[in-house]
Design a protein around this ligand. Structure first.
Ligand code: NDP
Length: 413
């Protein structure tokens, strides 16, 4: 999620994964209004290049981390190219530029980095292929108020920087690259990223899932200024406001119902006259006096300069256009699991998520799965982190069963 301006123009902070819904939203009583204009711990997140359906990009997000470049013979060792800042393409955080490890971890959200912490502490010296926008969905978040251990909340990027430095402290090598290709046909498993081949005796896939967007320029421009993809995170900011939710699946109905706790009115906008959502969810919405359902309705444009002021809508049958005043738009049209590189190797379910067996196992021995790339039910930082822990423990036990690691780490987590 992102920085929000409240509908009355006050600069607010949105909170993917958890503002406290029950807390008062009256901005006069809300100390969030004191949050500085750039709430990402000094990190600027640029949504401008993201007009597609996948998650926005977050350049150079680890600005606050202390980085020691002193002993960096990575290029000399023939390893990946060294860039200057974490988050830059090809940046390698450790010194040795290793390309082989007992464990490769793909993904650097809570699942991937928790797997790294556990694996590193078990002496697996993991390599994390972190993606070119490392840190996962929490990098697009400001306040996180439901991650245990932070009673006053924490900024998403700051939380991920802490995950990262904890993983590095125990010997994890993190490379900020997107992977291009994998070969899981035999061990060691091989993964290519920016022309470099990485080898691992085991792999944890923790590539996450990205919220889908409508793909409108105005939606991207006003994201964090009234446009959101997470009601749990941002509903709080719309007390007594009129808002809209787009989508016709269970998520849209669930979010609409949740948002009625805050908003004076919730308009549900769906492009067809039939819903994917379960009947009971639709019935409940129909019975809720705060919800109005608009079928055969598409969003053509989000109106507003600095913040959302309305929507330009079209009738999908007649093409007739109209405008609707609204202070916010919640986009609830699904998530897309990031499985592209693994699609030829790992089983996906009907919704495109990776299939796990027996907790974190894939159908390939030695390949483990953690986090939102398989979990479309909970999608929380804490559940992903728990999953990453489980995957690392399973990987370590499996490596041990193969005689690749010694049987001395089971109690050393
Ligand atoms: P779904 O894929 O089920 O629904 C997505 C909705 O968004 C559809 O109505 C679709 O319209 C609409 N949509 C997609 N793309 C666009 C677009 N570009 N413009 C406008 N509308 C668009 O996703 P959900 O996130 O709702 O649900 C995912 C899964 O999670 C489902 O299986 C759901 O049952 C489950 N879930 C269960 C919950 C529960 O049980 N409590 C809560 C939330 C989710 P169209 O129908 O026309 O394609």
């Amino acid at each position: 999620m992102s920085k929000q301006s409240s509908p009355d123009g006050t600069q607010l902070v949105s909170a993917r994964n958890g503002s406290t819904p029950a807390a008062p939203a009256d901005s006069s009583a809300d100390d969030r209004s004191a949050v500085p204009a750039v709430p990402f711990s000094g990190v600027s997140i640029d949504f401008s290049g993201d007009t597609g359906v996948a998650a926005p990009s977050a350049p150079a997000p680890f600005a606050d981390l202390a980085i020691d470049f002193s002993g960096a013979p990575i290029a000399a060792a023939g390893g990946p190219a060294v860039a200057t800042l974490p988050g830059s393409p090809g940046y390698v955080s450790a010194h040795d530029g290793r390309t082989e490890s007992k464990l490769l971890i793909v993904g650097s959200g809570p699942a991937g980095l928790t797997a790294a912490i556990y694996a590193a502490r078990a002496n697996l010296e993991p390599i994390v292929l972190a993606g070119s926008t490392p840190g996962g969905q929490l990098m697009l978040t400001s306040d996180v108020e439901n991650y245990p251990g932070f009673p006053d909340g924490i900024q998403g990027p700051e939380l991920m920087a802490l995950f990262r430095s904890q993983a590095e402290r125990f010997g994890t090598q993190i490379v900020d690259v997107d992977i291009d290709r994998v070969d899981l046909s035999q061990r060691p498993f091989r993964i290519w990223a920016r022309g470099v081949e990485y080898k691992g005796e085991a792999v944890v896939v923790a590539t996450g899932a990205s919220a889908m967007w409508l793909g409108l320029e105005s939606e991207t421009r006003l994201r964090g200024r009234g446009v959101s993809a997470c009601a749990t995170c941002d509903g709080f900011f719309f007390r007594d406001k009129e808002i809209a939710v787009v989508g016709g699946g269970d998520t849209a109905f669930e979010e609409a119902s949740y948002l009625t706790r805050f908003a004076s009115k919730v308009h549900m906008l769906h492009r067809r006259d039939e819903f994917r959502a379960s009947r009971i969810m639709v019935e409940r919405a129909r019975e809720n006096p705060k919800i109005e359902i608009h079928t055969n309705t598409a969003v053509e444009e989000v109106l507003g300069d600095e913040k959302v002021s309305g929507l330009r809508l079209s009738d999908t049958e007649t093409g007739k256009e109209r405008t609707m005043p609204a202070d916010g738009l919640f986009v609830a049209i699904g998530h897309r699991p990031n499985t592209e590189a693994f699609r030829d190797w790992l089983e996906v379910d009907a919704k495109g998520y990776l299939v796990v067996r027996d907790e974190t196992n894939s159908q390939i021995e030695g390949v483990f799965i953690a986090g939102d790339v398989h979990d479309h039910r909970y999608r929380q930082a804490i559940t992903a982190a728990g999953d990453g822990c489980m995957a690392a423990i399973d990987a370590e036990r499996w490596l041990e069963s193969q005689g690749i690691t010694e049987a001395n780490t089971l109690t050393a987590w």
